[in-house]
Design a protein around this ligand. Sequence first.
Ligand SMILES: Nc1ncnc2c1ncn2[C@@H]1O[C@H](COP(=O)(O)OP(=O)(O)OP(=O)(O)O)[C@@H](O)[C@H]1O
Ligand SMILES: [Mg+2]
Length: 283
Amino acid sequence: MQAIEGTEKGSFPPKIRRTAPKTAIHLAGQIRHNPAMARIFCVANQKGGVGKTTTAVNLSVAIAKAGQRTLLVDLDPQCNATSGVGLKPAASHPLLLEQPLSESLVDTAWKDLKLLPGSRNFSDVDRLEGEQGDAAILKQHLDAGMNAFDFVLIDCPPSLGQLTQAALSASTEVLMPIQCEFYAMEGLTQMIHVIRDVMRRGDGRLTFGGILLTMYDPSLELTHEVDAEVREFFGDIVFETVIPRDVSVSEAPSHGVSVMDYSPRSRGSRAYLELCMEVLERD
Ligand SMILES: Nc1ncnc2c1ncn2[C@@H]1O[C@H](COP(=O)(O)OP(=O)(O)OP(=O)(O)O)[C@@H](O)[C@H]1O
Ligand SMILES: [Mg+2]
């Protein structure tokens, strides 16, 4: 695929090579989703603080509320997804235990949602992220734990290391939140190279499931500029739903609940429900 030239510091709009519009065509895998298989979303963007965890938590709760058997996998050593659903990190990382992954799954407050908790255990994180880490073994381990679900959402750390690569290779769809901010597109070239590499090396089931615009503030001109650039470049894979900047969304995790539970009438709650419907319809 053609290169994206990310934003250069101090310049806007982003410098995007216009010879490759509608990147969806280049990115979308040829093989569409097999309905007999779980839909496994890798929620990834190597940029920090763009709304990966917020999206993984709220979307997985929304999908579970829709009656689908859902698993939220916390692959980030920060363990924000684990605390976001009101639970505690595991003492040792489930991906490094001898026992089957299914034995490490824990119940959540939502009937149809289970969690594979993250762990902050320093030496485990070092082993997973460091040179000894092996994305292929991690993928095998992940694969084995996900077959009892309709939907799996994997919350990735803000890096392109072993954990993100394992998550990508175990997934059927990449879901990339992009924050509507000045450097939104910066660094995406690298991320897209890694995704395409996994698509090439993997079993061909990974597709680019969607790009989600987060922390959307329609009162800002910048938001509209980022929105237009992202949609022009990525085409149909950008979700129609956008997630507004909303204080309820940022407050909900401190109560260990989703925004739909914390503030059902808020704009954030409505947006995540809408996103859930769009995801279910896109199958
Ligand atoms: N729609 C929103 N409105 C307001 N605040 C938001 C929204 N989405 C996310 N936030 C806040 O922005 C911060 C970053 O969000 P989040 O933790 O989901 O990003 P992340 O991509 O997972 O970060 P990291 O890369 O560190 O894992 C959090 O404090 C979160 O509460
Ligand atoms: Mg996070």
